[in-house]
Design a protein around this ligand. Sequence first.
Ligand code: SF4
Length: 318
Amino acid sequence: MSSTTKPKIAISACLLGENVRFNGGHKQSLLCSQTLADYFDFVPLCPEVAIGLGIPREPIRLVGDPAHPQAVGTVHRELNVTQPLDDYGQQMASEHTDLCGYIFMQKSPSCGLERVKVYRDNGTPVDGGGRGIYAQAFCARHPNLPVEEDGRLNDPVLRENFLTRVFVYADWQQLLAEGLTRHRLLAFHSRYKYLLMAHSPAHYKSLGHLLGSMTKETHLELAACYFSDLMTGLSQCATRGTHTNVLQHISGYLKQVISADDKQEMQTVIGQYRQGIVPLVVPLTLLKHHFRQHPDRYIAQQAYLQPHPENLSLRNAI
Ligand code: SF4
């Protein structure tokens, strides 16, 4: 992704303030429509309007088997829009191949990702719920695409995790556009090593082995598997413990070049982060300060130090 191109994120149109809900209203998210709009190009989509349900409209709900629910009218049960919503999800998935993420409206029988209410024939909801019909059809065709519900983005850890994955996804799309070579794949993995270590030490190990077994002949086959596993690993949220481990590894590159007092200060700050006294941005700022004075080529290329624009301040709250 060039520095001037913003990653494209699809979003439930009602979250951008469009009056597309069944009652003619919206569910504007200030995070999306204000804070994030400077950093991403949003593609607003409303499947219920797109399939011709109109505004205002009779609300729909999910009924039946939570693994394969039907979307039917809440008043007129004979109104069944399961197939049109599924078809539209497939159509959007095949048309929008340049997306780097999708933010869905929670609880919607069309757009909801998790725990959407699914009703039994007797009108009582099934435990655990299901996924909206459109979201299911879309996500099945883009299994590695970072997706999240707007409500969950209020959690700073989930927000940082989702947006990190969006930027990694954009970087991978850029790599594919430039042409995937063995050398570029290894360089990509090298950049993301510490980030992956923070999210999933197990994936960090297994993907290292996977690429270790790569030859000139097999790199194209391995790449798809590599990226899928990378995105699975990154979808796990890093913890204070795993971040601390990575901070210790990175600070190890300074041990020959900074003074004993500076090393002590670094350890104190990393310890304070681990105990929840200061946010992640504090030890990272100190590390970056020392690396500015003592540059290290390997550390300078690590995405971990700044996986998303600094002004989003995503690491001030985790
Ligand atoms: Fe449209 Fe989805 Fe928003 Fe419902 S949740 S109004 S279907 S965009």
